[in-house]
Design a protein around this ligand. Structure first.
Ligand SMILES: CCCCCCCCCCCCC/C=C/[C@@H](O)[C@H](COP(=O)(O)O)NC(=O)CCCCCCCCCCCCCCC
Length: 297
């Protein structure tokens, strides 16, 4: 047997091994069972949410224009903030809304503690979808932990996004050229990763709010991902994300995790969440743009 033929057969085994590995990963992702999501026990003022919702909806005149939608959203915001409970669930859309709303201070600064609580709620959401989303949840947790590390002991400097940017820039802690291997990544760089993912989330929430039960949630995810995030990720991460999207639960199940039952309620909750996130996203984007930090390595 010549060296060339040994090399060729090794290459063949290597290819077979690679294909098998890819197939196994695919089967694992497709077969991983998402946890059984029971119908959410959504209680508001001691009554089932949908009952409360129909009452509220009846009290509002029906209208298709934007203004009417805003009126409805304001009503929802007031209610979800104080009374809406989704019993027995880790993830609470009220907490998510509360965090992303309250992270904007009166002068339009982003309060980091509240911002990170919003992210922690999103981690709970991902965790409730099962293991397939574990790597995304883990990556998010890593970024949150880096941020929490910065906040610990430097709470004044890291009180807001704006104070963090000033502090890190003044001390030369932001690296514009390359990611330093031997030091903790800066808050500016870390938050930028989360900020980019918020773009994905706002697009996804809007798509989900305007979709129907016929729409494939994985496709909605993928579309939003292509638009907002894919170009920031390596080839490997893009493949892993594509596999995770295949395992996205159907819309109906997602809505159960969010704890809404009726279509109208779903649209309101999702678009309200998207709006709250857009405000945070835009304010953050302005800061990163102003300091030329949108491409931090
Ligand atoms: C529930 C569905 C989840 C779909 C999530 C879509 C985003 C998918 C891509 C995430 C890939 C994460 C893998 C690692 C990426 C990192 O390379 C990359 C760059 O970091 P580096 O510069 O330090 O290397 N990291 C990141 O971009 C940070 C990604 C953070 C992902 C956050 C995703 C949040 C998803 C929240 C879903 C919640 C839906 C809520 C509905 C009410």
């Amino acid at each position: 047997m010549t060296m060339a033929s040994v090399g060729l057969s090794c290459l063949r085994y290597y290819k077979i091994f690679l294909s098998l590995a890819a197939l196994l990963v695919l089967i694992y992702v497709l077969c991983a069972r998402l946890p059984e999501v029971h119908l959410a026990a959504c209680v508001e003022n001691g009554r089932p949410c949908n009952e409360m919702w129909s009452m509220k909806e009846r009290n509002l005149e029906d209208g298709k224009d934007k203004e009417m939608i805003t009126v409805k959203a304001v009503t929802l915001e007031q209610h979800v903030e104080y009374t809406r409970q989704c019993e027995g669930k880790d993830f609470q859309i009220t907490r998510l809304l509360g965090a992303f709303r309250s992270c904007i201070s009166e002068n339009g600064h982003i309060l980091l503690k509240e911002y990170l609580s919003g992210w922690e709620e999103l981690i709970k959401f991902m965790d409730s979808l099962g293991m397939v989303f574990g790597f995304i949840s883990q990556e998010t947790t890593t970024k949150i932990n880096i941020m929490r590390g910065h906040l610990t002991g430097n709470s004044d400097e890291y009180h807001t996004l704006q104070s963090m940017v000033r502090y890190e820039l003044d001390r030369g802690l932001v690296n514009f050229k390359e990611l330093p291997q031997d030091q903790v990544p800066s808050g500016c760089r870390t938050l930028l990763r989360l900020h980019r993912a918020l773009k994905w989330l706002q697009l996804f929430l809007y798509k989900l709010s305007t979709s129907t039960s016929q729409d494939n949630t994985g496709e909605l995810c993928a579309l939003a991902y292509e638009k907002a995030l894919a170009h920031h990720h390596s080839w490997f991460v893009r493949q892993a994300a594509a596999l995770a999207f295949l395992a996205m639960p159907p819309r109906r199940e997602l809505l159960q995790v969010i704890c809404v039952r009726e279509e109208e309620e779903a649209q309101l909750v999702l678009s309200t969440a998207a709006k709250a996130i857009v405000r945070v996203y835009n304010l953050t984007q302005d800061v990163y743009e102003a300091y030329g930090m949108l491409e931090l390595p």
